[in-house]
Design a protein around this ligand. Structure first.
Ligand code: FAD
Length: 490
């Protein structure tokens, strides 16, 4: 039976990082939001360190910073970030700044002058975070903003019409104007809506496990490529294993001590014993992406829209990028102030970014295959990554510095994340973005730019900046997600 009364502006399925971030964005803009989360208990060993370790890249760090959330995360401050821009301190060993298929690139090879818009004092380009803490901070913010989160309530289906969506979750039926599926890789919203989820099948099964290994030193240090895949022991007993079995091990069957021991022996080639298994999970490098991110009043974001191997850690970053891009557009649509076609730019902008990340993970799988051709190609890539051009390219991709939307316009800043300019009073641009509104950053005080900016149809706040001779900028129109929509030189 269809309800007629609208209960919420938006229902979000899934209180993972993407669903929570999106619900904050919607609530910040004054929308009423209900989040359904399948799990009754938000805590899980796999969200805590070391399993819950997540590398955050520049766009995610900026998103958190621009909403005043970055300082609420304690783990990135506590854990020394091994990755960063710039060379080592005097007397320090070479610093690995990141990796591609397990091949490290060095910090001192990176030429940061190639990103002139990245100003000194900007938030870091990469950080280490913990999934559990990130979700806690986002859930707290969401609740402060009035978002309702119902845990232990799984979205099972929906029907939509021209005016709204009737969402079924347990015994409940809720009517909302919009439904967003942020319910992860096996998204019920994606499946119920029959969204096409196209891509490639897995080559390997990945295992994350915490176990008491009889003699962990037998497994060696760091990533070990073997004739069957890879074994990585980040600290004694904390294992990541990849077995090139076509994904057969990711069969839903429980990972027992005996089974993990067999896999570990097979892949490492070492007769190593596991006495106790504390926890284990499996994953694959299956790479799929929804061909559409929107069907009528139903949208997808995060892992619900795209899945790929976690190699090089991009999935969370991709999902937060979706949420930051979608939030203000959906809110403007709900509030009836969106220019025509604005919501459809979500898919137009984010789908290509997702497709690139899927290919990035496929390229890594190719280099990790236990076969002679891959080993040979790997040696060449290693050499290239050891050059300034190679390391700078890798850093640009891994840290998301190269992300730019095609918004038209000639100015090189259009479509990019706005530089974090220091303003006349010593504050920085990002600190003026906590309320999620667009900004006209005015360096010249020229009244004409205000009317030029108004032509974009984005309601904005006027912020006066110190004249900036270095870049010769007159004004920037910055969207709520921090992307430059318009730029005028002096
Ligand atoms: C081993 C590993 C390491 C990784 N490392 C990194 C990294 O370093 N950096 C990085 O960027 N990414 C990394 N990732 C990927 C990252 O964890 C995911 O991309 C990210 O968690 C996706 O967030 P999400 O909110 O879209 O989905 P999820 O985190 O999966 O959250 C979805 C939520 O929806 C809930 N849900 C599911 N179905 C329903 C339903 N029907 N109704 C209601 N709720 C539902 C789930 O319980 C869950 O809470 C890694 C992944 C793995 C497996």
């Amino acid at each position: 039976m269809q309800a007629t009364h609208i209960h919420y502006d938006a229902v979000v399925s899934g209180a993972g990082p993407v669903g929570l971030f999106l619900s904050c964005e919607l609530a910040l803009a004054g929308c009423s939001v209900l989040v359904f989360e399948r799990e009754a208990d938000p805590h899980s060993l796999f969200k805590q360190l070391p399993f819950g370790i997540r590398g955050l890249s520049a766009p995610t760090i900026e998103a958190l910073y621009r909403r005043g959330l970055l300082n609420e995360l304690e783990v990135p401050r506590r854990l020394k970030n091994p990755f960063g821009i710039g060379g080592p301190q005097a007397g320090q060993a070479l610093r690995q700044a990141g990796h591609f298929a397990g091949i490290g690139f060095q910090a001192e090879r990176i030429d940061a002058t190639r990103w002139p818009w990245r100003l000194p004092g900007s938030p870091p380009a990469s950080l280490i975070a913990e999934m559990a803490e990130l979700e806690t901070v986002l859930a707290r913010r969401a609740q402060m903003l009035g978002v309702e989160i119902r845990r232990g309530c799984m979205v099972s289906g929906y029907t939509q019409d021209d005016d709204g969506v009737d969402v079924r979750a347990g015994a409940l039926q809720i009517r909302a104007r919009w439904l967003v599926g942020c319910d992860g890789a096996r998204s019920s919203v994606r499946k119920a809506g029959g969204f096409d989820f196209a891509g490639t099948e897995p080559e390997f099964t990945g295992y994350s496990a915490r176990a008491d290994v009889a003699d962990p030193s037998l497994l060696g240090q760091g990533r070990q490529l073997t004739p069957r895949g890879m074994v990585f022991q980040s600290q004694p007993g904390y294992l990541a294993i990849q077995e090139f079995d076509g994904g057969a091990g990711h069969d839903g069957a429980p990972v027992t001590r005996e089974r993990l021991q067999q896999v570990l022996r097979r892949v490492s080639g070492v007769d190593v014993g596991i006495s106790v298994l504390h926890a284990a999970s499996t994953w694959t490098d299956r790479a799929r992406q929804a061909t559409r991110y929107r069907q009528g009043r139903v949208l997808l974001a995060g892992d619900a829209a795209h899945i790929h191997a976690p190699l090089g850690g991009q999935g969370l970053n991709l999902g937060i990028g979706d949420a930051m891009n979608l939030g203000w557009k959906l809110a403007a649509t709900i509030k009836g102030r969106a220019p025509a076609g604005l919501l459809d730019t979500y898919e137009a902008e984010r789908h290509p970014v997702g497709a690139k990340v899927l290919d990035w993970s496929r390229a890594q799988v190719l280099l990790m295959r236990p076969e002679p051709a891959s080993r040979a190609l790997r040696a060449i890539v290693e050499d290239l990554m050891d050059t300034v051009d190679g390391a700078t390219y890798m850093a640009g991709r891994v840290w998301g510095m190269a992300t730019r939307y095609d918004l038209g316009g000639d100015h090189p800043l259009i479509g990019q994340s706005a530089p974090d300019f220091e303003l006349g009073d010593g504050s920085r641009l990002g600190q003026h973005m906590h309320d999620g509104r667009a900004i006209l950053l005015d360096f010249s005080g020229d009244a004409a730019t205000q009317s030029q900016a108004a032509a974009y149809g984005l309601p904005f706040r006027h912020v006066q900046a110190r004249p900036n001779e270095d870049f010769g900028l007159g004004a920037l129109l910055i969207r709520p997600d921090g992307i430059v929509a318009g730029a005028w030189d002096l």
